[in-house]
Design a protein around this ligand. Sequence first.
Ligand SMILES: Cc1cc2nc3c(=O)[nH]c(=O)nc-3n(C[C@H](O)[C@H](O)[C@H](O)COP(=O)(O)O)c2cc1C
Ligand SMILES: O=C(O)C(=O)c1ccccc1
Length: 371
Amino acid sequence: MSEAAAVPPRARLLDCADFTDAARRVLPRDVWDFIAGGAGRERTLAANEAAFGSVRLRPRGLSAVGEPDTAIRVLGDRWGAPLGIAPLAYHELAHADGESGTAEAAGALGLPLVVSTFASQPLERIRAAAGTSTPLWLQLYCFRDQRVTDGLARRAADAGYQALVVTVDTPYMGRRLRDLRNDFRVPAHIRPANLEPDRQAPPGGATDTDSPSAHSRSAFCPDQDWTVVGRLRRLSGLPVLAKGVMTAQDTRAALSAGAAGIVVSNHGGRQLDGAPAALDALGEVVTAAEGRVPVFLDGGVRGGADAFVALALGATAVFVGRPVLYALAADGAPGVRRLLSLLCGELTDTMVFTGHRTVPSIDATAVEMPR
Ligand SMILES: Cc1cc2nc3c(=O)[nH]c(=O)nc-3n(C[C@H](O)[C@H](O)[C@H](O)COP(=O)(O)O)c2cc1C
Ligand SMILES: O=C(O)C(=O)c1ccccc1
């Protein structure tokens, strides 16, 4: 089947689920499974989306909101809406446009992109594609060889990135059964463009490092502690956020370490299967953060109304993960642009129907929690 037959015309891609269906049809089965899958029995993966389904929105009538303003300010930058793109390895797995295609789409809407340590294109090229006004953050995994982590942090600062995001939930990758069953390997022509090949090789020079999981076991540092936050801050001069916080304990640890923000996340259900839905952990983290730093959320956001719910429960903004790769797979950079503008439009509609003219005015009175 040709791609033209497999992907519906753009005008029929009307929501996140449409992009998901389109991507399922065009992606090779093992790549689809790598992106869509989670760890273990995928209970946490399922919980992320399901949690949004049990919150109800409270409509308000004749609220005279006019044209709502979706823009916010975060760490001194303007975002066109409280929506960003979560760090995702290897955008070229989805489409040859890769991270620069995603960045161009994000830039067109003034939305931030968190670039993965495992980006398939150079940081500088992604910065250029995003344009000057959209924020770019670099996500960092902690490597056994600290020089790798530190080198990336300095390079991001030099390239004009606005912040660093340390992923705290991945001492190594979770056990993803779909990838094991498929014996998934990243195709040889897709490379982590910002890592040097020699530094990736495990100390013993083992050969089975092509699977992301095997590579993470050899390259990631499983005994990293919270001091990495201060170290990266000092050497880069950039604000450092902690991604993968799900508890009050870790929120306090992140704040004590000097984190400039927190991303509530269970890594899209790809790490600890059995962890709660990200949305269900949000309240605990927001309370523990005591308003000292912005709290973000990723995991299961599949529409503008989901973003609205997270904001109502205290998030400053949300990040979208898998749907961005699905949109990229379906239609490259224009697909991502269309997905992002659909999400912004859905958020705008939700603000209008609930009577909110600005993002900071969205609070818990706008939602009804399950009983
Ligand atoms: C294919 C894929 C690759 C990912 N790569 C990274 C990564 O390199 N670094 C990271 O911190 N998180 C990574 N994540 C996790 C996402 O940043 C995010 O936490 C997760 O996808 C939850 O959002 P979602 O439910 O919208 O997908 C990845 C997720 C997926 C699906
Ligand atoms: O973080 C992830 O979930 C992930 O899938 C990944 C894959 C390859 C390299 C780094 C991360």
